[in-house]
Design a protein around this ligand. Sequence first.
Ligand SMILES: NC(=O)c1ccc[n+]([C@@H]2O[C@H](COP(=O)([O-])OP(=O)(O)OC[C@H]3O[C@@H](n4cnc5c(N)ncnc54)[C@H](O)[C@@H]3O)[C@@H](O)[C@H]2O)c1
Length: 395
Amino acid sequence: MATPLNVGLVGGGKGAFIVHAHEKAIHVDGTRRVVAGALYPEPKVALEEAAAWPYPIRGYGSYDDMIAANAALPAEERLDYILIVTPNHVHYDPAMKAMKAGIAVFCEKPLCLTLKEASALVKTSRKLGVPFAVAHTYLGHWTTRFSRFIVQRGLLGDVRWVDSSYIQGWLATKLEATGQQQATWRVDPKRAGGSGCGGDIGTHALMQLRYVTGLDVTDVSAQMETFVEGRPLDDHFTVYCRLSNGGRALVRASQICIGFKNELGIDVAGTKGTLRWKQEEPERLTIHLPNQPDRVYWRGAVTPGDGFLPKDVPAELLAEPTIPSGHPEGFHDAFARLHRDFERDVRAWKAGKPFKGDPAKYAQVEDGWVGIAFLETCLKSSVKKGAWTAMPRPI
Ligand SMILES: NC(=O)c1ccc[n+]([C@@H]2O[C@H](COP(=O)([O-])OP(=O)(O)OC[C@H]3O[C@@H](n4cnc5c(N)ncnc54)[C@H](O)[C@@H]3O)[C@@H](O)[C@H]2O)c1
C-alpha cells in the first residue's frame, strides 16, 4: 500500500473558511493527509493554532519556516504538496518559494494579484516542472466534466451563446464594517487585488465557461460596479465577451443579490441544443433539444447510445469510484476529485515522470494566468465605460 502524500497548509487558522472543505477532500481517500501547517500570519498564533488542530500536525510560525525546514526532514515526513488557502495577496510568495524548494503547489484562486506575478508563476512552474493546481472547485463535479464532454464532442452543435454566472447576496450590506473575517479582506484592494466580486467569484464563472466549452474569451466589454457605498472594489461584475469561435458569452457575478447563496450556473446554447447546469443542484444537468422532451443526466445513470449520447462515452465518465447515484455528491466531493487527480500527477512526478498537467482534470497554473489576464482586461474596459478590449495573447 502506498504511503499517503504529505500536505502542508499555508493559512487555515482562526476562523478560516475554505481550508476545511479542502481538509475533508484531502482525507477522503486515505491516500493524502495533512501533516503540517503555517496557519496564521503571526508566528505565535500560528503555532497555537497548529497545536489546537484536531489531530497532530507539525506547526510552523510562518510558511517560510515550513518550506525551509522541509529538505532536512526524513524523506517520509517531507511535504509532497502545499495547499495555499490564504487571502489572495498571500498566494504568489508561498507558491513561488515552494516550487523553488521542489514542493508541488495546490493554490486557491484567484492565482495572485497581478499579471506580472501570474506570468512569473507560469514560467517558474514550466522551468522547474513542478506540479501546480489552481482550486477552481466546480471543475471537480461529475456534471461539469460530463458537460465538457457533451459540448466539446459537438453534441450541441456550434456554440453560439454562453451565460456563465455566479450570483451571491452575502455582501449586499456593508458586512466588512462588522469585522467579519471573510468580508474584510475581500473588499480590500491590497489583499483581494484589483477586483472584488470579479476576482472572488467571476473567475469561477470564467473558468466554467472555458472548461466546459474549450473556448477562449478574446475581447471583453465589462461593467464593474459597486452598489454598497464606500466599498473600494466592485461587488457586481458583468462582462459581455467575444469567444474564439465567433460566439458570444456573458460572464457575470454579483454579491449584492439578497437571497442568492452560491448560485453558480452555466447555460451553453449551440446550433443543435442547449445545456443547463446549476451548482446548487450539482448532480444533474439538463439538455434541451428542439421539439423533444428535456433530457436530464445524473452521475452514475448514463446510457451511451441513448439517441443523444454517442456509444463511446469515456469510461471514466461512466464508472465513478465514489458513491452510487442518488446519494448526493456536493462541494466536498468536487474538491476531492481535484485533489485525487492532483495526487496522481504528484506521485508520477515524484517517480521521475516529467509533469504535464491535464487541463481536463483541474485548473492549471496557465488557467490561473487567464483568470488574472481576464480581470486586468475587464478593469481596462470598465474604466472606459465598457469599451471592447482585447485579452492579452496567451502565455
Ligand atoms: N475555491 C473556492 O471555492 C473558494 C471558496 C472560498 C475561498 N476561496 C479562496 O481561498 C482563499 C482563502 O479564502 P477564505 O475565505 O478561506 O479566507 P479566510 O479569511 O477564511 O482564511 C484565510 C486564512 O489565511 C490565514 N493567513 C493570512 N495571511 C497568512 C500568512 N501570511 N500566513 C499564514 N496564514 C495566513 C488567515 O489567518 C486565515 O486562517 C482566497 O484566495 C479565496 O479566494 C476559494
